[in-house]
Design a binder for this molecule. Structure first.
Ligand code: PEP
Ligand code: MG
Length: 761
């Protein structure tokens, strides 16, 4: 049964083990996976790809494609489908299921991989087999491959099971707490309920009905009926959740849960609290496909933090007030968040008896034996390890703040002393500087956790990135389902925060002002979305724009054609601007090294020639920033020369990002700011010449293992460009915030279409 515990945070297996009802389903064991591999002779072919000298991202893509395109043995297919049919026949109709990965026991360590937690929701019978293969393929996500490589784990020996579970056809749903959220009284269970899917209650979009039940007698002591103005349901034709206005329908003012259903839920709540030993926050649903009591399900249980997080607490990205605090140690911010508690120096997992729930674990390094201890820790601090170490990965999965690689935490921190771990900044302070509340996982305006947000959107193989310029607005967009920032323009930080020309700052002896503010702006975004990458583009002001900065006139000539003038890389290597470019590089280095934000990458704009790029990279290296596995250097593909000679450029960079704004301008010879040509329809990124250029770039880049993204406007405004690029094999698409959701949806449907087309062939 423990195989049920597939989904991150969804401790379903554990719930089942002590008698909690969860949505019905079945497990496709790891034996099925190995049978599939041997049937298609995939062990060797996967090994061959893994042994090729190509980046993990390419190996990942190749292996996934291999798995997804290989046929599933007929007998296996029949077994899976008949298990599905059994499930459906018990329920008496066609059902939709969730298909989740579930790491096998032998693969416990890998279970903590984000990469292995692929989940597909609302899958129907005809899609089931394909989705199972996609979950299998997720065993070869890029990060999983890299992790196993670094640990010397043989990828072909790792196995995976798949959990298939009925999607709840949610008549009513909500949350329940094993304490009274109003006054913290632990004698009561409080149920909040509304119609349809649980999102409306969890996201605070309706005022739910409320039922209060006394624990000792299991009697209802209070009932509050609310006017419920909306509900979410799953719309199978649109394949997405849909909001329905019910404010004028009778159900708006009817109780969304019956007394007997509430008591059935309360019984589960008691068991769950007893098992975990702390107040719990539980999500539940009632399935209209089934009859009472089989229709009452628990879908998620976690420690109660919902109400605490509603109180005024510091935002994670703001960090905490640090003045007057004694810093004990610093390290890498491996899993963001803040927590205070009693430090316990535990050097062997066998000493775990001294460790109490809520203590802070301070140790040298963790391994899989430590996981039970880590689960009850409020934060983790280690001497050793990096951002992808065991402690870091597991903490992120568990949502516990963690700082790794401090070198000396076990020596400096005293056993039993109270400390505060600010894992957003990577600093451990003496004493307690946050209230009881633990800061929750990254939250945006709706208050949903990131996992919950992501579960509302389809998973795509093509990464969906977001473009961002102003660091301050990141908080507003944290709820959007993006995989990173594909273009961070720094021009906003320079013009709005720094305001002065970098060469002028150097002249007046204040170069650090430039470095510090730029690093701060970058860090704000990188911290907020950690560990997803932020591709920071070095400055791309034109001379007329630089002139507007304070002190700029002294350094910036008046050019006849600034758009084609002294911009991008040509600046960085010029003797006049080079010192300022070095400040830009130092800011990046500061964010990465002093602030521990290894998710900061860089991108060179307006690259024209290979030789200028080599010189600029040389300057960057001279400032101490070298390309590594976790420090990617991208260039913008904006000038046609980069595309014509893409194979040469691909050998010296990690990736390209298509700047379709400039690329269209320069391919078609059309000034992007010309109103007259614009009105006449000349400026159009969908022009076949521009599209062909993009496709050629993808083909050439992939030959040498470089990735391709796009950060120009085109895919944000033309979904057909996104489709063309997905079909051409682009690795990621970076769009404006308002286009993130629609792009994710359309890319998912294009990817499915491509797979279906391949299957039909
Ligand atoms: C582009 O050229 O497409 C691009 C993203 O850069 P910018 O618009 O800043 O020139
Ligand atoms: Mg550009």
């Amino acid at each position: 049964m423990t195989n049920l515990a597939g989904g991150k945070g969804a401790n379903l297996g554990e719930l089942v083990s002590f008698g909690i009802r969860v949505p019905p389903g079945f497990v496709i064991t790891s034996k099925a996976y190995s049978f599939f591999l041997s049937y298609n002779n995939l062990h060797d072919r996967i090994n061959d790809i893994l042994n090729e000298d190509i980046p993990s991202s390419d190996a990942s893509n190749k292996i996934k494609e291999l798995i997804i395109s290989s046929p599933i043995p007929k007998s296996l297919e029949e077994t899976i489908l008949s298990s599905y049919d059994d499930l459906a026949s018990k329920i008496g109709k066609q059902i939709l299921v969730a298909v989740r990965s579930s790491a096998t026991a032998e693969d416990l360590e890998n279970a903590s991989f984000a990469g292995q937690q692929d989940t597909y929701l609302n899958v129907n019978r005809s899609e089931l087999i394909q989705k199972v293969k996609m979950v299998w393929a997720s065993l070869f996500n890029e990060r999983a491959i890299e992790y196993r490589k670094s640990k010397g784990i043989d990828s072909t020996k790792v196995e995976i099971a798949v959990v298939v579970q009925k999607m709840v056809n949610s008549r009513s749903a909500g949350v329940m707490f094993t304490l009274h959220p109003g006054n913290g009284d632990r004698n009561f269970i409080v149920i909040e309920s509304s119609w349809g899917l649980g999102e409306s209650v969890v996201g605070g979009l309706v005022t739910p009905d409320e039922i209060v039940i006394e624990k000792s007698s299991l009697k209802i002591v209070e009932k509050k009926l609310s006017h419920k103005n909306l509900k979410f349901i799953y719309d199978s034709s649109a394949k997405s959740n849909k909001e329905i206005d019910i404010s004028n329908s009778p159900e708006a003012d009817q109780f969304s849960i019956s007394d007997e259903e509430a008591i059935e839920l309360a019984k589960f709540a008691l068991k769950i609290e007893e098992h975990y030993g702390i107040p719990m926050d539980i999500e539940w649903a009632i399935d209209s496909d089934l009859k009472f009591p089989d229709d009452v399900f628990i879908v998620q249980a976690r420690a109660e933090t919902y109400w605490s997080s509603k109180k005024k607490v510091p935002q994670r990205s703001e960090g905490i007030e640090v003045a007057e605090r004694k810093v004990l140690v610093k390290g890498l911010a491996a899993s963001p968040g803040i927590a205070s508690g009693v430090a316990k120096i535990i050097l062997s997992s066998k000493e775990s008896g001294r460790f109490k729930r809520g203590d802070i674990l301070v140790t040298k390094m963790t391994d899989p034996d430590w996981v039970p201890l880590m689960k009850i820790a409020s934060a983790i601090v280690t001497d050793e390890g990096g951002i992808t170490s065991h402690a870091a990965i597991v903490s992120r999965e568990l949502g516990i703040p963690a700082i790794v690689g401090t070198n000396e935490a076990t020596k400096v921190i005293k056993d039993g002393e109270e400390i505060t771990v600010d894992a957003t900044r990577g600093i451990v302070y003496q004493g307690k500087i946050v209230e009881e509340e633990k800061i929750e996982e990254q939250k945006g305006s709706t208050g949903l956790s990131r996992d919950m947000v992501l579960s509302l959107y389809p998973v795509t193989a093509t990464k969906i990135y977001m473009n961002l310029g102003q660091p301050d607005v990141i908080d507003k967009y944290l709820d959007l389902p993006f995989d990173g920032i594909g273009l961070m323009r720094i021009e906003f930080i320079v013009s709005e925060w720094i305001k002065r020309h970098p060469l002028y700052l150097i002249k007046i002896g204040k170069p650090e002002e430039f470095v510090d503010k730029l690093a701060e702006g970058v860090a704000k975004v990188a911290t907020a979305i950690y560990p997803r990458p932020v591709v920071v583009r070095f400055s791309d002001f034109k001379t007329n724009e630089y002139r507007r900065l304070e002190g700029g006139e002294e350094y910036e000539p008046e050019e006849r054609n600034p758009m084609l003038g002294w911009r991008g890389v040509s600046r960085y290597i010029s003797p006049q601007y080079e010192p300022a470019f070095r400040l830009e590089v130092r800011a990046i280095r500061k964010a990465r090294e002093e602030m521990g934000l290894k998710n900061v990458w860089v991108m060179f704009p307006f690259v024209r020639t290979e030789s200028e790029l080599k010189r600029a990279i040389h300057i960057m290296e001279d400032e101490g920033l070298r390309r590594t596995q976790d420090f990617k250097t991208w260039i913008m593909a904006e000038v046609p020369s980069v595309i014509i000679l893409a194979e040469r450029f691909a050998r010296i960079v990690d990736g390209f990002s298509i700047g379709s704004n400039d690329l269209a301008q320069l391919t078609l010879g059309v000034d992007r700011d010309s109103e007259i040509l614009g009105r006449m329809g000349y400026y159009d990124e969908r022009d076949p010449a521009v599209l062909r250029s993009m496709k050629n770039l993808i083909t050439a880049a992939h030959k040498y293992g470089a990735t391709v993204s796009i950060c120009g406007q085109a895919p944000s405004i033309y979904p057909e460009v996104a489709e063309y690029l997905v079909r051409s094999g682009i690795d990621s698409i970076s769009v404006n915030p308002d286009a993130v959701i629609s792009t994710r949806r359309s890319v998912a449907s294009i990817e499915q279409k491509i797979m279906l087309e391949k299957l039909r062939k």
